[in-house]
Every structure is written in structure tokens, then in C-alpha cells.
Ligand binder design. Structure first.
Ligand code: PGA
Length: 253
């Protein structure tokens, strides 16, 4: 079975103490995960080492960075490389979240380099894609996300594409309380899988986890995750409330 994943995206929230107690509240509940289920906490850089040591004894719980730089190393003041993340024991990194695309001008070409940096450093990229409201209203969302995949991922070999997790996050649903319907979600996820299938074949396409993100809540997670092509979620706001995120974890297939 494909990996089913509840990924928390804390964004730029929490102080160190708040981060510690949020993690404690979630981990102390000891939600038992099945072999094919993973929980990933994408936390701000200053909390990565602490968070990673908190999950160290927990099976199938991981910590991710929210970003990395697209160059290997050098004179890039303020940036963090994939190799640095790997050197502190991480296994995952978000790449191309829509907030990074919007506020930091990340484009498909730079993101393909970030994906490469991650894979070179044995990090699993959680590659985010998704369309804006105007694209959805124009009805061109399928083509739009297909280009995002093509330009950032399709240079990868058959082996490497299977090391990527994809997160579909319609921008109009992020932090807005407006969730895509299950029909819209399933339709897009099936489309993404078809795009992967056309390039890599169905065996490989069926092996890649595709998460949904955009106002996932305790109240809608089970329904969204029940879609056949939805393999869990990337969760912003609701991941900052322990009880809500626990309930989202329990909604995994
Ligand atoms: P949201 O954020 O759950 O608060 O909509 C999701 C995300 O940006 O990853």
C-alpha cells in the first residue's frame, strides 16, 4: 500500500517552548501508526534538532524542514542547504510551498534544483503544487499543475521520482477555511496520478503518495483522505492544535 501521511506544516508559528509542548501533547497521546502510515512535522529551522530528538524513539514519526536552498553550499548568507538538514538527521523537506512561490519568487526551475539538492542529500522532497483561484475559475487547473510537475520533477529517473512525495494544495483553499470538495480533490489527484503514469508507467505512479493540503481540519480529514487517490494531508492551521492534529492522524487510511 502507498504510504499514508499526515504532515504538519507549522509555517512561521510558535516559540521554542510552545513548539516543545505542542509536540509533547501530540506524542504523549501515542497514536499507534500502522506500517504504511507516517506523521511528519515540518517545523521552523530553530526547532528542527529539538523536534527530531523528540520523535527519535517513535516509529514512523519524522521531522521535516520547510525549505532548503537550491545551491549546495557557499556564500548565500541566511540560507540553509539540504546537506545541512541531512547532517542533523532529517529525512524530509518541503519544496515549493505556494507561500514560498508567492513571497519568495520560487519558480519551477529553481524548485527542480531544490528537488535535486534534497535527493542528493538523501532527503525526501515533499513537493507542493497547486493553482490559484483565477486559474481554477478559468478551468485550466489541470494543465497548470501538470506543468508544475513537468518542469520541476520530470527530469527525475524512475528510481528518483519514487523518492518524492507530492502535495496538491490549491492556493484558494490554503488558510481560507475553504476546502476543496472531495470531488474536486479526487479529480485533481487522479489527474496528477495520470500525468505521472503517462511519464513513468502505472506501477510507479501507483507508488507515489499524493497529499491534499488546504484547510484540512479534524472535521473533514476522514472524508478527504477516503478519496482513493488521496494519501493523507499537508496541514497548516489545524496542525497547531494538538487535539485536532491527533484526530487528523487518526483519519489516515
Ligand atoms: P492550511 O495550510 O491547512 O492552514 O490551509 C495548509 C498549507 O499551507 O500547507
Amino acid at each position: 500500500m502507498r504510504k499514508q501521511i499526515a504532515a504538519a506544516n507549522w509555517k512561521m508559528n510558535c516559540t521554542y517552548k510552545q513548539a516543545e509542548s505542542l509536540l509533547d501533547d501530540i506524542l504523549n497521546t501515542q497514536v499507534e501508526l500502522k506500517n504504511h502510515q507516517l506523521v511528519i512535522f515540518a517545523v521552523p529551522y530553530p526547532f528542527l534538532i529539538m523536534a527530531n530528538s523528540e520523535v527519535a524513539d517513535e516509529d514512523n514519526y519524522f521531522v521535516a524542514a520547510q525549505n532548503c536552498y537550491h545551491q549546495k553550499s557557499g556564500a548565500y548568507t541566511g540560507e540553509v542547504s539540504a546537506e545541512m538538514l541531512q547532517s542533523i538527521g532529517l529525512h524530509h523537506c518541503l519544496v515549493g510551498h505556494s507561500e514560498r512561490r508567492e513571497h519568495f519568487n520560487e519558480n519551477n526551475a529553481t524548485l527542480s534544483q531544490k528537488v535535486n539538492m534534497c535527493l542528493e542529500s538523501e532527503l525526501t522532497p515533499i513537493f507542493c503544487c497547486g493553482e490559484s483561484l483565477s486559474i481554477r475559475e478559468a478551468g485550466t487547473q489541470n494543465d497548470y499543475v501538470e506543468v508544475q510537475l513537468r518542469e520541476s520533477l520530470f527530469h527525475l529517473s524512475e528510481v528518483d521520482i519514487q523518492r518524492v512525495i507530492i502535495a496538491y494544495e490549491p492556493i484558494w483553499a490554503i488558510g481560507t477555511g475553504k476546502t476543496a470538495t472531495t470531488a474536486q480533490t479526487q479529480e485533481m489527484h487522479a489527474h496528477l496520478r495520470l500525468v505521472l503514469e503517462k511519464k513513468y508507467g502505472s506501477l510507479i505512479a501507483n507508488n507515489i503518495s499524493i497529499l491534499y493540503g488546504g484547510s484540512v481540519k479534524a472535521s473533514n480529514a476522514a472524508e478527504l483522505f477516503s478519496c482513493p487517490d488521496v494519501d493523507g494531508g499537508l496541514v497548516g492551521g489545524a496542525s497547531l492544535i494538538a487535539a485536532d492534529f491527533i484526530s487528523i492522524i487518526k483519519s489516515l487510511k
